[in-house]
Design a protein around this ligand. Structure first.
Ligand SMILES: [Zn+2]
Length: 118
């Protein structure tokens, strides 16, 4: 059987695990934001610019606070040295982050459902 060559994807991926930014949902962090002992990676998220261990520990901003700022300033790509993927979309990214957060919450207690008053 003739084999079709697989389309080359970005060959930059160094690890097979996905590290997702808890602020913006960017899924190409080089390292987990926090390791098992809670140590910060000091990595700067290319997407939102949050630096784990600095923005939170040194500047005292929570993920939620920083995310809110990022959204209010237009959800711009942060890294100057690295370009976003062609299909990068801040809103899609945030939506998948919200979804995974919702799914995680479901384990502990039922998600809150907001019903519009009739
Ligand atoms: Zn981020």
């Amino acid at each position: 059987m003739p084999r079709k060559a697989l389309p080359k994807k970005t060959a930059m991926r160094t690890s097979c695990t996905t590290n997702i930014c808890p602020v913006c949902g960017y899924d190409e962090l080089q390292e987990p934001p926090r390791n098992r002992t809670g140590g910060a990676s000091l990595e700067i998220c290319s997407s939102c610019g949050f630096q784990f261990g600095v923005t939170d520990d040194d500047k005292g901003l929570t993920y939620d606070e920083y995310r809110q700022q990022w959204i209010e300033t237009g959800m711009k790509w942060s890294s100057k040295g690295q370009k976003p993927r062609k299909d990068w979309n801040a809103q899609t990214q945030l939506a998948s982050l919200a979804l995974s957060a919702t799914l995680k919450r479901v384990k502990g207690r039922p998600p809150r459902v907001f019903l519009q008053p009739a």
